[in-house]
Design a protein around this ligand. Structure first.
Ligand code: FAD
Length: 436
């Protein structure tokens, strides 16, 4: 059996490991265009701030790869020729497959304003982008950051930590409107201001200006201009569906796959950021841009390519991230509405977060420690934990396991309730029960 996997991200690596757990003899080929191979993309934020050396971003060693026993082909796939069961590379080579997996990820949505192609207009998709940003930063110079969600803040933080003066321009009234609530957005914004970031709401950039092909400013809808040396943006991502589309596979926002990660061609699978995965529990097909689901999908796809029938059951989306220096955990369904700063999904994001079933909100906390719970009829549907993280693990378990919270529901919804203490008490009760 010849397995061919396109992409060298976490979904692809997990797929190879899964194939090898079943099939030790089949030929496995991985095609990847990224010259840096497989590394932690979420870790790029810490590389930008200087907290992590780039060497720390590589989760696998040469020895690991040797053990996985696959052939690596460096290059870009140009097209999938389904009739001939092979792919065509950009350099003219053809590589055959019996089973194919598409794990090509997603790319930053391009900025559609005049001047977006000038030198110094930057995004953060991969290692090369991070290096480009680091080459462009100069202490004391000025940057403008546009967009929302996690990556925009990572850009702000990276540039501030490198000594740049940063204008963070938001089109909307507050940061990450459709995931965070008003108070959470304000906590983040306050933190940014304390770090010296110049925050401007309701600011729409209509042009990036330049001199000698290099950025030197932005022009806003209001007529205001800002001088700057660099523009960084994160306005959303687009799953790389072009290969699948050209090959006639079913595509919506991502490549449509069933719960076995199989496309409408039974020998072709897709996983990770590029896949829009059918969730048999909700009956819908959903996009995530999260590291752990990409790994889990890749593993399930690998097993299925090698002949198993393993359904990928979407777990409750969960992300621990850092927003303006505040550790923030987002679990389950927490937000609603529209965010003018992002189009569709962003990095480290899940469409599920924005579903808002019937739930009431219980919240507590000020300054950087804050807890918000989405309280359903008998279960918790979502939570945001900011600052103190003692409760994020219990909450992840309570939400993922759909634990019955009826005994504490009313207390949680009592105005002024100390919901953190109630959850901690409930969790120790659950533990005590288990130990009996
Ligand atoms: C800056 C940043 C911050 C993030 N923060 C978080 C976070 O806080 N939490 C979280 O859970 N997730 C986060 N993510 C998202 C997470 O990294 C992704 O969900 C995950 O990497 C997806 O893995 P993947 O294997 O699907 O795709 P990718 O990791 O994108 O890998 C796809 C690979 O395919 C290659 N490729 C594309 N087209 C071709 C082609 N035609 N031929 C050959 N190769 C091709 C690409 O070069 C790439 O190497 C972040 C991502 C970034 C970039």
């Amino acid at each position: 059996m010849n397995y061919l996997i396109i992409g060298s991200g976490v979904a692809a690596i997990a797929a190879i490991e899964a194939v090898r757990s079943i099939d030790k003899l089949g030929g496995v080929t991985l095609i990847g265009e990224d010259p840096h191979g497989f590394y932690s993309r979420p870790g790029l934020a810490y590389y930008l701030t200087g907290e992590l050396h780039d060497k720390a971003l590589y989760p696998r060693t040469a020895e690991d790869y040797r053990r996985m026993n696959f052939r690596f082909v460096k290059g870009r796939v140009k097209s999938i020729l389904r009739g001939q069961a092979q792919v065509e590379m950009e350099d003219g080579r053809f590589i055959p497959y019996d089973k194919l997996m598409i794990a090509v990820g997603a790319q930053a949505m391009p900025l559609q304003v005049p001047g977006a192609d000038l030198e110094g207009v930057l995004k953060l998709d991969h290692m090369e982008d991070a290096r480009r940003i680091l080459k462009s930063v100069r202490r004391g110079r000025t940057a403008v950051v546009l967009g929302g969600g996690i990556t925009a803040l990572e850009l702000v933080e990276g540039l501030v930590s490198r000594g740049m003066k940063v204008h963070y321009l938001l089109r909307g009234d507050r940061y990450w409107n459709n995931v965070l609530d008003e108070q959470e957005s304000r906590i983040i914004e306050q933190r940014l201001k304390e770090e010296g970031v110049i925050l401007q709401h309701r600011s729409e950039v209509i042009e990036i200006t330049g001199r000698n092909n290099q950025v030197n400013g932005v022009r806003l809808l209001t007529g205001q201009t800002l001088r700057c040396d660099l523009v960084a943006y994160a306005i959303g991502i687009l799953p790389r569906v072009e290969l699948a589309k050209q090959a006639g596979l079913a595509v919506d926002r991502g490549i449509l796959v069933n719960e076995y990660l199989q496309t409408n061609d039974p020998v072709i699978f897709a996983a990770g950021d590029v896949a829009q995965v059918y969730d048999p529990v909700s009956g819908r097909s959903v996009l995530d841009s999260l590291w752990v689901p990409a790994r889990q999908q890749g593993a399930a796809a690998g097993l299925n390519m090698a002949g198993k029938k393993t359904a990928y059951i979407k777990s409750i989306p969960f992300n621990i991230t850092r927003l303006a220096g505040i550790t923030t955990t987002i679990i389950g369904t927490v937000g609603k509405g529209r965010d003018e700063d992002v189009l569709g999904i962003v990095r480290g994001d899940s469409e599920t977060w924005r579903e808002l079933p019937d739930a009431m909100v219980a919240q507590t906390g000020f300054e950087v420690n804050r807890l918000r719970l989405m309280v359903g009829e008998q279960t918790l549907l979502g939570a945001i934990v900011m600052g103190d993280q003692k409760l994020s693990f219990p909450l992840e378990k309570i939400i993922s396991n759909h634990m019955d919270i009826s005994p504490i529901r009313e207390r949680l919804l009592t105005p002024g309730a100390r919901i953190g203490e109630i959850i901690a008490e409930y969790w120790s009760g659950v533990h005590a029960q288990r130990l009996k």
